[in-house]
Design a protein around this ligand. Structure first.
Ligand code: NAD
Ligand code: MG
Length: 366
């Protein structure tokens, strides 16, 4: 099984290739891109142990001159200090303007490697080999790169598009189950905002967990999700308008994540909670059918994701936190709300009382 999706951008188009045993095709996939010989592979120790040698072997057999660097694993290492280590390796290995950084990893490795590629020598080539479900369907596509500042996530960054995104679904076999579910939250998001058929395919499946998921459904999930992100990014590369719909579930999701110190729920779980809330808000405002909201929530549950707020979370604190979100414009909180399965609208006209009512309904200690 193989699919290719094009991300069409004014400067340059690039391919997202989804293929079983894709890692072995990395070198071949990069040969027609007019890249220099030098490649630096960036990964973390866990991922490198599983997939590093295979990626390097493939690059070498295609004639590339390959070196590698592993950075410590985890969001807390998504820092300028780690990027500095990539620069050091680039210098040591005399990378040139024509050289390429290849990120083999999840969103953390991809974001940092992309940022290093955006800035080293004012921009060198960059290839994404995402290894988490979330990075395959989301982080690796669209050109947002960056690192965290001690005061906030993703505050430092640049737009820098990859030359190729290579997805090998087989690497998901070693991905921890909770990480897989986190990616499923973004997949369900694409179903709601863009692709009703994707939503229905998942609805028809008896289960959605990584161990029992049918491989042809996984291929559909990857292809359709990447297509959704590619479509949206292709229409709005720098988030002037449409790209905002990708934040469905993220408004309340971000507040829940940050209020629980990024420790209680992971990003996907927070997005799941945020989608349930946004769905209920839309129902309350009579923009969305109650039965469709129930279908959404049932799918979220089937994916093993939460539909209620974490215990003990203060509702007023959530409402206050919404005001400080990066996406707030002129003091108004922007919500992405469904109007049907497969379509959403963006509005800043949600009364606080409606948010309060919905959050109370979702509260575990009510
Ligand atoms: P991650 O990169 O932290 O990876 C999660 C964990 O899984 C890590 O411990 C990693 O070592 C492990 N892992 C990865 N692949 C594995 C595999 N195949 N087998 C076994 N273990 C594996 O998490 P993530 O969810 O991929 O990415 C989250 C990051 O992505 C955040 O920093 C977020 O800001 C960023 N992000 C960026 C964008 C964007 O547009 N650039 C979009 C969404 C998220
Ligand atoms: Mg997200």
């Amino acid at each position: 099984m193989e699919s290719v999706i094009w991300v069409n951008l004014p400067q340059q188009a690039y391919e997202i290739a989804i293929a079983g045993s894709g890692l072995a095709q990395l070198g071949a996939g990069m040969t027609n891109l007019n890249l220099g010989k030098k490649v630096l592979v960036v990964s973390n120790p866990t991922i490198f142990r599983h997939y590093g040698q295979e990626a390097i072997a493939s690059l070498k057999s295609a004639g590339f001159d390959v070196t590698s660097l592993t950075l410590p694993a985890g969001e807390r290492y998504k820092t300028l200090n780690s990027v500095q280590k990539i620069y050091n390796a680039a210098l040591e290995n005399r990378l040139e303007r024509s050289s390429t950084l290849v990120a083999v990893g999840g969103g953390v490795i991809g974001d940092m490697t992309g940022f290093a590629a955006a800035t080293w020598l004012r921009g060198i080539n960059f290839v994404q080999v995402p290894t988490t479900l979330l990075s395959m369907v989301d982080a690796a596509i669209g050109g947002k790169t960056g690192v965290n500042h001690p005061q906030g996530k993703n505050l430092i960054g640049a737009f820098h598009q990859p030359r190729l995104v290579l997805i090998d679904p087989e690497v998901l076999k070693t991905l921890p189950m909770r990480e897989f579910r986190a990616g499923m939250a973004e997949v369900i998001k694409y179903g709601i905002i863009w692709d009703a058929e994707l939503f229905e395919q998942m609805e028809r499946s008896p289960h959605l967990d990584s161990l029992r998921l049918d491989s042809s459904l996984l291929q559909q999930i990857l292809t359709r999700s990447c297509q959704a992100k590619a479509d949206v990014v292709g229409k709005d590369e720098k988030e002037a308008g449409l790209r905002a719909i990708l934040n469905y579930g993220h408004t309340i999701g971000h507040a829940v994540e940050s209020l629980t110190g990024y420790r209680v729920v992971n990003h996907g779980e927070a997005v799941a909670i945020g989608m349930v809330a946004a769905g209920q808000i839309a129902v309350n405002l009579q923009m969305w059918d109650k039965t469709d909201a129930q279908r959404q929530d049932a799918l979220i549950q089937k994916a093993g994701l939460p539909t209620q707020l974490p215990a003990g979370l203060d509702i007023e604190a959530i409402i206050d936190t919404l005001q400080t979100d990066k996406k707030v414009k002129a003091g108004k909180v922007r919500f992405v709300l469904p109007t049907q399965i497969g379509a959403v609208t963006v509005t800043d006209q949600v009364p606080s009382d409606v948010i309060r009512t919905v959050l109370r309904q979702m509260s575990t200690c009510s």
